[in-house]
Each structure stands twice: as C-alpha cells, then as structure tokens.
Design a protein around this ligand. Structure first.
Ligand code: PLP
Length: 421
C-alpha cells in the first residue's frame, strides 16, 4: 500500500456499491412508486377499451417509474403488450425475464441492434425503406422471421411512412414476407391531437388510417393488430380503439386530458409520490431574500426550510417562486406551501411561515396521488408551464425509485425493493 507523503491523510472508508437499502436511506429524497396503482390503472384502461388488447407503453424508464417493476405490474394488470420506443429498453425487458407479453419497439437509427431484437422476439416497427432492409438483414442473422408493424404517418407529421411511401414499399414488404424474413403483424399510427378529443384531425387521421389498413390488406397481408390510440384516445374515443390500444401516461395514473378530467374521473390513481426530508429549518428576519437572485423576499420574520431536491432531481426551474407568482407546491405537515425563490440544482427553499414548528428530517411531499388534497404532478406541470408527462419522466436519475405495493400484505418488505440504476 502506498502511503501519501507525510502519511497523515486518513484512508477513506466507503460503503460497498450496491448497498441498496443504504442508498435509499442515504438519499434525502425518493420517488415511491405504487405497483398496485399501475395494476389498477391498466385494469381501468382495459375496461375503457373492452374490445382491444392493451399495450402498456413503458418507454423512458416507464415514464420515470422504473422500467422492469412497472412493466411487470402492467402485465399483472392485464397488459398483453409492452411498448418501448428504444431497442435497448425492449431488450432490457427480455433480459430481465419479462418474456410473456409481446414487446414492440419503434424508434431506431441505422445500425441499431435489430438482430438482437428479432432474436429476443421483440416486434419491430418499420417506418422507412432503409428500416425494412435492416429488419430483413437482422432476420437473416437471427435465423428467425421478424415480426413487423408498418408505421403510417396519417397526419401527425412525425415518424412513419406517408400513404404514398407505404404503397411504394409494399412490393418489397411482400417479397420479404414471401422469403420468410418478415411477417407483417401490425399496421399502426399515432394521433396529433388525441388530447383535444373533438379536434377535426382525429377524424381525418382515422380516415387515412382506415385507407392504409385497406391498402395493406388488399396487397394480401393479414396483420394481427391495427393500433392508433394513445392514453387520451383510449379514454375518450372508442372509435379508434381497433385491436390494440397503446396507453402510456394513464398507466402511471396521470390524466392525458387534464382540461377534460383528472385521474379519478377516469378511474386512475397516480402511481408516483415524490418526497424528501427537510435538511435545515431556521428563522430568518423580514426582508430576507431567499435563494439565488433573491426573487422571493420574506414579508416578515419567518421560518424557512431547505428541501434537498433541485433541478438535478427533476424539480423544474420554471417552477421557481417569486414576485411574479408562487413556485411549485410542497406539502409540509398537512399544509400545501410553495417553492420560495429560485429552484437550485440540489435544493429549494420553502417559507414555512412565522412560528412554524417543523424540524429538520420532517417529510415534504412534492407530489403524490392528490387524494388527501396534496399536490400532484399536474400541479407541478401547471406551475412550470409544461405537461405532467415531463414532470414524472424527468425525475432525476440519482433519485432512488422505491417500489411499494399497497395491495400486498407486508408493506415493510416491499419498501426495500429499490431499482438498481
Ligand atoms: C408515447 C407513445 C404512446 C403513449 O402515449 P401517451 O400519451 O403517454 O398515452 C403511444 N404511442 C406512441 C407511438 C408513443 O410514442
């Protein structure tokens, strides 16, 4: 062992990596994810679309909720399909032993590991001619027929074959299917305005989709599933349910159409509770500016609390509070307060009010189910000028996800199931 010059520097002693329980309890915040809520939400979605199968969309680490535990809960709730935007996410599901449900992946660039996807029985979307070529090549490498969903851009103006591109690609698709390289099992598309249920583009896209399905079938292909509906369309428009619905945000209990109704109106329960412990509590005088740039100035002598989460943990800086309005909401001791001043990288400040009796270590809830009148991810979205999707999906990678199951008999044991990140 080499000794530092002088020999006085103490040798660091650190806990071993993978001391999971330690990681949870050492971090002063966590995202607690209730798997029972995810199961129940999928059941509600299935009830909204009784004639369709449910694909739970688990992209982006299950919208920040933890990919594998969330996927398993969705399957327990009745999802027979899982949707993963990225190939790596789809492979992670299979690697974790999630082998029962169909898995679809749809967003990749040339050179993606499609042979791995085909070997893992992951269905692959085709949205361009080059993608068909790569899927055919992947099937040859994997010695297995690739299950393909043809993605049609029916008007979203994003990924997908235009109706003209689709017609032009069909001869190559038929050749690939004849030689056994691919099997077209799906035709699908995505809506631009599903969150505005009466928007005329929804009907227009549904019409273009019907034409595309007809084109594919007239070419002699017999896809198993046609699918168009995201969460909003699953909850508000049965006419576009087809054979399979693809809800994402609603699986996690958030409303895709907050202007129409909240989670409870659709039988949904928010699955994620984001909580922290107060790090410091202290009394400051009247006229004290709080946090960078002093955007909030205490109106009187008061007690302030330091909440040890900031934008590195996913607390949006746009939800800072100041003269121009309160910041994002925080539930402390049964009261709903607001972020005072700028959201920093690692912390925010809350004005607890004169004479507040909170102490360091007390629990702060940034958002949760809202059932007790507490703040929700939607409230944070409103405070930050964004959508609830972004609030949950951007909870920082360093925040431990703690999976609990409020339907399970022994709650204590489940709280230790932190997802390795
Ligand atoms: C993300 C996504 C979904 C799920 O959308 P939600 O609005 O979260 O329900 C469905 N389909 C595609 C193609 C997506 O990218």
């Amino acid at each position: 062992m080499s000794r530092p010059p002088g020999g006085t520097t103490p040798r660091p002693v650190v806990p071993p990596a993978g001391a999971r329980l330690g990681a949870v309890s050492l971090y002063p915040a966590r995202a607690v994810v209730d798997l029972a809520a995810i199961r129940g939400n999928v059941r509600s979605l299935a009830a909204h679309a009784p004639s369709a199968q449910v694909m739970a969309v688990v992209k982006a680490d299950a919208y920040g909720h933890g990919l594998v535990p969330s996927a398993r809960a969705a399957v327990e709730g009745g999802a027979t399909w899982l949707g993963a935007a990225q190939v790596a996410e789809a492979l992670e599901l299979r690697r974790a032993g999630v082998v029962g449900p169909r898995v679809l992946t749809w967003l990749y660039a040339p050179g993606a590991p499609l042979a791995d996807a085909v070997a893992a029985v992951v269905d692959v979307s085709v949205a361009a001619a080059w993608a068909l070529d790569e899927v055919v090549a992947a099937a040859r490498v994997a010695h297995r027929t690739a299950r393909v969903h043809l993605k049609v851009d029916t008007g979203l103006g994003r990924n997908g074959l235009t109706p003209g591109d689709l017609a032009a690609l069909l001869p190559a698709v038929l050749r690939a299917q004849a030689e056994g390289a691919v099997e077209v099992v799906g035709v699908w598309s995505h809506l631009a305005f599903a969150d505005e249920p009466a928007h005329p583009t929804v009907r227009a896209q549904a019409g273009v989709f019907a034409d595309a399905v007809r084109t594919v079938e007239q070419a002699g292909l017999r896809p198993e599933v046609r699918h168009l509906a995201n969460s909003a369309a699953t909850l508000t428009d049965p006419s576009v349910h087809h054979d399979l619905v693809r809800p994402g945000i609603a699986v996690y209990g958030l409303s895709p159409v907050p202007q129409v109704g909240g989670p409870a109106d659709f039988g949904l329960v928010p699955a994620m509770t984001f909580e922290a412990e107060l790090a410091t509590v202290k009394t400051v005088p009247a006229g004290q500016g709080l946090s960078y740039a002093h955007r909030y100035v205490t109106p009187q002598e008061t007690v302030v609390g330091i909440v040890p989460v900031g934008y590195a943990d996913g607390v949006p800086r746009h939800a800072s509070g100041g003269q121009d309005g309160p910041g994002g909401p925080l539930r402390v001791g049964g009261r709903t307060l607001a972020v005072a001043g700028r959201v920093c990288m690692d912390q925010v400040v809350v004005d607890l009010g004169p004479g507040a009796c909170e102490v360091a270590g007390d629990r702060v809830e940034l958002f949760g189910t809202g059932a007790d009148g507490g703040p929700t991810a939607q409230d944070w979205a409103d405070a930050a000028g964004t959508i609830a999707y972004e609030i949950v999906t951007r909870v920082g990678a360093r925040v431990p996800r703690v999976h609990v199951d409020t339907a399970a008999p022994s709650q204590g044991a489940d709280r230790t199931q932190e997802v390795a990140r």
